[in-house]
Design a binder for this molecule. Structure first.
Ligand SMILES: Nc1ncnc2c1ncn2[C@@H]1O[C@H](COP(=O)(O)OP(=O)(O)O)[C@@H](O)[C@H]1O
Ligand SMILES: [Mg+2]
Length: 326
């Protein structure tokens, strides 16, 4: 698979009265065409900021301090605002965690979707209406003709999220960014939304960046997982590897903290708090929470290095243990 999105050395900070908040610190990650990549980390680790940076929607007091983001080989930073608007509207779609507020309250959901087909697809009103009904069936909304005539407030949270997915897919995007798409939904409905996302991704060929604080969410959905901690990428691996051979102490802690039905022990919370992002010290931001910490971790930031093909980790402790094991 070729690289669809390539983030290299991205740093985003926010100016505040107290100083500079380093929300995203020199991260790199790639998404290949058609791939589902899970971006995982505790709340505040910089996941949404990364999504906004991809869409070039970072606004003051935030700014992109370093890095490039390439989409289909094109550096998005070099595009005009108009060119970027077209990419946002059609090539990269965003599904947010609050679908109800993202929908227009005074326009029927059917009309909102049909409008996209008219605007982006150049379809006539009649063809757009037909495509809209197909879209609603595609996202498994029962009785599409009836639902199309309703407003957001008349639909359940799960239904609103299905409408958002239909809207996101209406322009046939190459990349779908789903930022906590199942937050606030009932567990069984959340599972169905994730199945739907995965299935539609495969059907349309769209790659998906699935952002979540819940490692359980990516287990069934993602091909590959990128783990963020306090603005840094600490590990990246195929989903099975991540669960069975997590390398970074933070990933290990995350995996241990997933509640499992086949375990009698309760989940273990991760000790310590996410460090302040205000003028953070050099070195690994997990150091204060880490059982493997040594002096060098506090001095220099560990680079992402290869464990095996497609598996990378940023941890001196892991390297030392691996080297000691020969
Ligand atoms: N508009 C903003 N102003 C100031 N700081 C911000 C702003 N948005 C995000 N941040 C900072 O960036 C950090 C990461 O935020 P975010 O990417 O939203 O985290 P999450 O991983 O939960 O999506 C926050 O903890 C906060 O310190
Ligand atoms: Mg977020």
């Amino acid at each position: 698979m070729s690289d669809l999105l390539e983030i290299a050395d991205l740093t985003v900070s926010f100016d505040s009265d107290a100083g500079e908040i380093q929300a995203v610190d020199h991260i790199s990650l790639t998404i290949r065409a058609g791939e589902v990549v899970g971006l995982v980390g505790e709340s505040g680790s910089g996941k949404s900021v990364t999504a906004f940076a991809i869409l070039r929607l970072i606004r003051r007091p935030g700014r992109v301090k370093s890095g490039t983001i390439r989409f289909n080989g094109v550096d998005l930073g070099t595009l005009s605002e108009e060119e970027m608007r077209q990419i946002r509207g059609a090539k990269i779609a965003l599904i947010s965690q609050s679908p109800r507020t993202a929908l227009n309250p005074v326009i029927t959901v059917g009309r909102q979707i049909a409008r996209l087909f008219e605007l982006h697809g150049g379809l006539s009103a009649r063809d757009a209406h037909r495509r809209m009904l197909e879209m609603l069936s595609l996202v498994r909304i029962p009785d599409p003709a009836k639902r199309a005539g309703q407003y957001a407030h008349q639909l359940s949270g799960g239904m609103c999220q299905r409408v958002m997915i239909a809207m996101a897919l209406a322009t046939s995007p190459q990349l779908l960014i789903a930022d906590e798409p199942t937050t606030g939904l009932d567990v069984s409905i959340a599972a169905r939304i994730l199945d739907l996302l995965r299935e539609l991704g495969a059907k349309t060929g769209a790659a998906i960046l699935l952002i979540t604080h819940d490692l359980g969410v990516v287990a069934e959905t993602a091909d590959r997982v990128v783990v963020m901690h306090a603005g840094q990428v600490v590990e990246s691996a195929p989903v099975r590897t991540l669960f069975h051979q997590p390398a970074h102490p933070y990933t290990r802690a995350l995996v241990r903290s997933i509640p499992r039905v086949d375990r009698t022990v309760t989940m273990e919370p991760i000790p310590g708090a996410v460090p302040s992002l205000l003028d953070p010290p050099p070195g690994c931001r997990y150091a204060e929470r880490c059982g493997w910490v040594s002096e060098r971790c506090r001095i220099a930031r560990p680079p992402l290095t290869r464990v095996v093909a497609d598996h990378e980790v940023a941890c001196y402790g892991f390297e030392e243990r691996r080297d000691a094991a020969g």
